[in-house]
Design a protein around this ligand. Sequence first.
Ligand code: AMP
Length: 380
Amino acid sequence: MSPVIEPGATIGVLGSGQLGRMFAIAARRMGYRVHTFSPDDDTPTGQVADREFQAPYEDLDAVRRFAAGVQVITFEFENIPLETVEAAAALAPVRPGGQVLYTTQNRLREKQFLSEAGFPVVPFAPVASLGELTAALERLGTPAVLKTAGWGYDGKGQVKIDSPTQAAAAWQTVDTPQAVLEGFIDFACEVSVVAARGLDGQMVDYGAIENAHARHILDVSVSPASVAPDVARRAVEIAHRVLERLDVVGVLCVEFFVRRDGQLLINELAPRPHNSGHLTFDACVTSQFEQQLRAICGLPLGATDLLRPAAMANLLGDLWADGEPNWAAACRFPHVKLHLYGKQSARPGRKMGHLTALANSPQEAVEMVRAARTALLSGR
Ligand code: AMP
């Protein structure tokens, strides 16, 4: 039997957010069918999928019904219970495999894996009590950042500690049985590498993408990053080694802090397409979503060439505070592309969409995408 899952086949997506939506768009474009599974309905993924299964992840009978109707399963959200993945994997291959999810869905396990494998990580200590936090603060010093080990993203479940006197309050704030204390890194910039690995081990990447965060949430990404070529090369090398070491089939993003001396430290891994790679949808020969599709279907991976320098700006729910944004004003920028995820309610901090700008230089792309975003608030 050919290991290739051909167009016409049905792909299952666990999770139903914007990453699944963009994956489904890429998959449908290539003639695949898409089923999505999550506890919600009328979801960003469900709106463009052929079929939307709505059930709790813990409903393993529903998971099996979903898995029985697809040829391969991937996920767009890593906080899926392992039992769900195992139940699904008994009926269809899950790519990347459950071991990738197991390692990356818990900050502590991820950091232990990375440091034991010799990858450069932010100095960290496991913390399971106020006593352990006090001891860890003595060892790592302040400032430091206390983060929950599980279920954290976009700065949720983390608190900065500027002095040991704040330990008790911080421990109360994270309110979790298992946390990780990290040294606070005074970085020059943040970069990420989105890379894909095929069923046969072939690997491709999108080089270093530079990321700016606001309130711990990704704000603007730009490609190529403004780091020295040697820094970008090392980031890519590390990312490839992480994919190999974790035996990833699919897409994985490695987020780095770049220190002022050029040293790279891994902040975290995401075993799926990443927000910083959204610009690949408009700016690269093959998007990160098509790459995920090709990898999990056993197809050869596509070229990752960046057609033009590009920047992406997230559109958070805050933009809706005074009513619907002025979409026409952003569309007046002819080199800016608008992506909206079809979410019904715009809460502050919620990712509702993004803009991508293509330009002659990375700086120009950043200026353009910021100007287009500002224009959304004009003349309403
Ligand atoms: P995270 O959700 O852990 O990726 O954190 C979101 C953002 O918070 C990062 O991209 C950084 O901008 C900032 N941050 C998180 N951890 C640290 C740290 N140890 N040192 C400095 N900044 C951090």
